[in-house]
Design a protein around this ligand. Structure first.
Ligand code: TYM
Length: 332
């Protein structure tokens, strides 16, 4: 059976980008067609300085939201990365497989390191080595497919390279995974800055739709979305990124095709109105279910506990095999 692994980082409130790019598919199709694991990758939240109480709160909220979007603990394994030691055990071997140069080429590292430096802060070493941990997350489980948004494609290419290199050096140990991207909305853009990704940890929030935003907040953000010069509604990601983004979001919400949808609209106003309502309706059940689940933290804890136990059992043999393959002595 196909093995699927994916994760979300608790570095901010989860966004419409996370949902359309990744989480929605996990719930609607992936957990039904494969042996799937979904992870709150909390260790990845520590690559920049964060308040511990906030890390804890956002991690719990992310787990609760994963259940709220429809992940079913009877159908998939849902857990927190820090509860399964195999991730960090294997990350070290991935650091021993990767080169310094390939880590420094990662776009997200370059962007985030530049941002930290501009703020006068120091760059944590873990920001550079992050993709080694991400590769470990995936490779520990013999993963075939990794459903992610487009921004993770480069990290996934690296994970593939590391798997191939390790297998060549030490013998066949890892499955070489592949990223799967959604047909539409693989990169949802910020509504205020449609040439940048809608990112949960961005400081300016007016262009970010959060999964837990109230309907009025969603309507306000969409109605104030930056559009482009011109009046006619055409789908052109390069020349009209703001309008193309709205069409992508609308198409993803309604199951349509963005180019075809463009023909249905004579004005930006009408497009914004329909997009806002489509997003409000898409998020309504998620918000409602989240409120129910948040009232029962004991349930969320129990799901994470049994998920971690199951995940540990799946990862352990492969990570042990990797340790032995590189020449470390068996422990037992
Ligand atoms: P993260 O937490 O930034 O995002 C979680 C998922 O949401 C997707 N995504 C988007 N898709 C479309 N448009 C957007 N604006 C948008 N923003 C986010 C991401 O592509 C991702 O699929 N490094 C990962 C977390 C991770 C991981 C893993 C993922 C760690 N280990 C192993 C898969 C497998 C990250 O930062 O995702």
């Amino acid at each position: 059976m196909t093995r699927i692994f994916s994760g979300v980082k608790p570095t901010g409130h989860l966004t419409l980008g996370n949902y359309l790019g990744a989480m929605r598919r996990w719930a609607e199709t992936d957990q039904h067609r494969a042996d799937a694991l979904f992870c709150v990758v909390d260790l990845h939240a520590l690559t920049v300085d964060r308040d511990p109480a906030r890390v804890r709160r956002l991690s719990r909220q992310a787990a609760t939201l994963l259940l709220a979007v429809g992940l079913d603990p009877e159908r998939c394994t849902l857990f927190a990365q820090s509860h399964v030691d195999e991730h960090t055990r294997l990350a070290y071997l991935m650091e021993c497989t990767a080169s310094d140069g390939e880590m420094r080429r990662m776009i997200q590292y370059k962007e985030k390191a530049a941002r930290e430096q501009a703020r006068g802060g120091s760059v944590r070493l873990s920001l550079l080595t992050y993709p080694a941990l991400m590769a470990a997350d995936v490779l520990a489980y013999g993963t075939d497919e990794v459903p992610v948004g487009e921004d993770q494609a480069q990290h996934m290419e690296l994970a593939r390279d590391l798997a191939v290199r390790f297998n060549q050096r030490y013998g066949m140990t890892f499955v070489v995974p592949r990223a799967t991207l959604p047909a539409v909305a693989a990169r949802v853009m910020d509504l205020q800055e449609p040439t940048s990704k809608m990112g949960k940890s961005h400081v300016r929030t007016a262009g970010i739709v959060y999964l837990l935003d109230e309907p009025e907040a969603v309507r306000k953000k969409v109605s104030r979305a930056v559009t482009d010069a011109g009046r006619d509604v055409v789908y052109d990601r390069a020349e009209r990124p703001g309008v193309a983004n709205l069409l992508d979001v609308l198409a993803a919400c309604t199951g349509g095709d963005p180019e075809a949808l463009a023909g249905d609209y004579a004005s930006y106003g009408a497009l914004k109105k329909d997009t806002a309502e489509a997003v409000v309706e898409l998020l309504r059940p998620v918000r409602e279910r989240h409120a129910e689940l948040a009232a029962d933290p004991g349930y969320v804890d129990a799901v994470l506990r049994s998920g971690a136990e199951r995940a540990r059992g799946m990862a352990r043999p492969r990570v042990d095999a990797a340790y032995q393959a590189v020449g470390l002595m068996p422990a037992g």
